[in-house]
Design a protein around this ligand. Structure first.
Ligand SMILES: [Fe+2]
Length: 139
């Protein structure tokens, strides 16, 4: 089943939520292409777009966490690094072996499921930090 963005994924920063929605669209598109037997070239192209987008998004999100002095910043940064390593491994595997059923399963677990768990687990911690960092308006 395709992943969808839900209210429970709110980070308190609108542009980060918009980026998450786009990220989800991209991982869903990648899964669709793989499941529907699109050629290796097409899948590699989508992986390229996803790699580029992910790096930009991670950098933006890390900057937001730093700005809000979020205690989750380091955990989040490390999780992003792990993701990038895993992503590159999968990309290499696809390059070498093409799209195989075990790789489809690995992409589902290590990319798609990871994105959902990560947004809910780490990224949503940004919401409280942003709230705490924003001075209450003076009445
Ligand atoms: Fe994150």
């Amino acid at each position: 089943m395709a992943l969808s963005w839900e209210q429970s994924m709110t980070t308190g920063v609108a542009r980060i939520d918009v980026q998450h929605q786009e990220l989800i669209r991209k991982v869903n598109g990648l899964m669709d292409a793989m499941r529907n037997g699109k050629g290796k070239d097409e899948v590699e192209k989508l992986l390229g777009f996803l790699a580029e987008y992910t790096l930009k998004h991670f950098a933006d999100e890390e900057a937001e966490m730093d700005r809000a002095k979020c205690s989750a910043a380091m955990t989040n940064r490390l999780a992003h690094q792990q993701f990038v390593r895993k992503f590159n491994q999968l990309r290499e595997q696809i390059k070498a072996q093409g799209v195989t059923p075990p790789i489809i399963l690995a992409v589902q677990k290590d990319l798609v499921d990871w994105v959902a768990t990560h947004i809910r687990g780490e990224d949503t911690r940004l919401a409280a930090c942003v709230k705490a960092a924003t001075p209450a308006s003076v009445a």
